[in-house]
Ligand binder design. Structure first.
Ligand SMILES: Nc1ncnc2c1ncn2[C@@H]1O[C@H](COP(=O)(O)OP(=O)(O)OP(=O)(O)O)[C@@H](O)[C@H]1O
Ligand SMILES: [Mg+2]
Length: 272
């Protein structure tokens, strides 16, 4: 797998109770791209993502990771390549301590104990969770659980990151750390989220899912500029792209909102 592309072709998935969650999704993501998957609650984002590491098997269509279409035989290789953060951290954490959970993947790879320990320490440091190492995961707060779940992925050193709502429930400092971490990851990133400010920071391309189908797949700024599309997909432009609440001046993209307020309150439009 020299190039970590992710290609989905005409994917369909209907749950056992008859709910059609994914109804013909196709896209191709090149190595190194950072892509947001956005859409309303129930649009099918998590169902789609669960196919990207083989947790769900396509009922119709294909999922290609690197050079190969995903199959049962390739699952171990794909799970080494794709680091998957589930929407619910309880699906990811099952060992007696946080340290054991973060070590679980590297131990399964058969790495020597020293290297496992180094990876665990580095991953916990990276997410700022060293102090949680000896705690039982099921006793953590929901934001702590998510932070630790992210560490369990980092310790695997994956080449493709697939994250389902990674910033949900994180406090502002933990969210900022996550954004910096994702910005410094130069391989492929696929992020399903309702945090559109995070999308603006990290993703140059956005795929909008609506009722199990791709409603749009365009550069992020184009998506956020399309008021009609946003409304139809139950989305809102990120706060930074909305008008200043005091004077209705539209904020420029990719600007730190604090800097905006600082600039704008000084000049050119003080509200005095
Ligand atoms: N285990 C399940 N059994 C039956 N239906 C399911 C199951 N999981 C999800 N669904 C349904 O499949 C559809 C897509 O759900 P999915 O979780 O993929 O949406 P989502 O876009 O991730 O939503 P959210 O933004 O709320 O996380 C919804 O109609 C949902 O009710
Ligand atoms: Mg979801």
């Amino acid at each position: 797998m020299s190039h970590h592309i992710v290609a989905v072709q005409d994917l369909h998935y209907t749950y056992a109770d008859g709910t059609p969650a994914v109804q013909g999704i196709s896209f191709r993501i090149e190595h190194g791209e950072s892509v947001a998957i956005v859409g309303a609650n129930g649009a099918g984002k998590s169902t789609l993502l669960r196919h990207l590491n083989g947790y769900l098997t396509p009922q119709h269509g294909t999922v290609q990771i690197g050079d190969f279409a995903l199959s049962k035989e390739l699952l171990p290789q794909v799970r080494r390549t794709v680091g998957m953060l589930f929407q619910d951290p309880d699906d990811q954490l099952f060992m007696p301590t946080v340290r054991d959970d973060v070590a679980f993947g590297p131990l399964n790879l058969g790495l020597p104990p020293d290297e496992v320990e180094d990876r665990v320490t580095a991953a916990l440091q990276r997410v700022g969770a060293e102090h949680l190492a000896d705690r039982p995961p099921y006793r953590l707060s929901s934001g702590e659980k998510r932070t630790v779940a992210i560490a369990t992925i980092l310790s695997m050193q994956p080449q493709i990151l697939v994250m389902d709502e990674p910033s949900s429930g994180l406090d502002p400092a933990a969210r900022r750390r996550l954004i910096e971490l994702l910005a410094s990851f130069h391989h492929t990133r696929i992020i399903a989220t309702h945090d559109l400010d995070l999308v603006l920071d990290l993703c140059t391309r956005t795929i909008v899912i609506h009722q199990g189908k791709v409603m749009a797949d365009r550069p992020t700024l184009e998506i956020f500029d399309d008021a009609d599309l946003l409304r139809r997909s139950h989305l809102e432009a990120p706060l930074r792209l909305q008008s200043c609440p005091i004077c209705t001046k539209r904020l420029p993209p990719h600007r730190d909102p604090e800097a905006h307020h600082h600039d704008d309150l000084v000049e050119p439009h003080s509200h005095a």
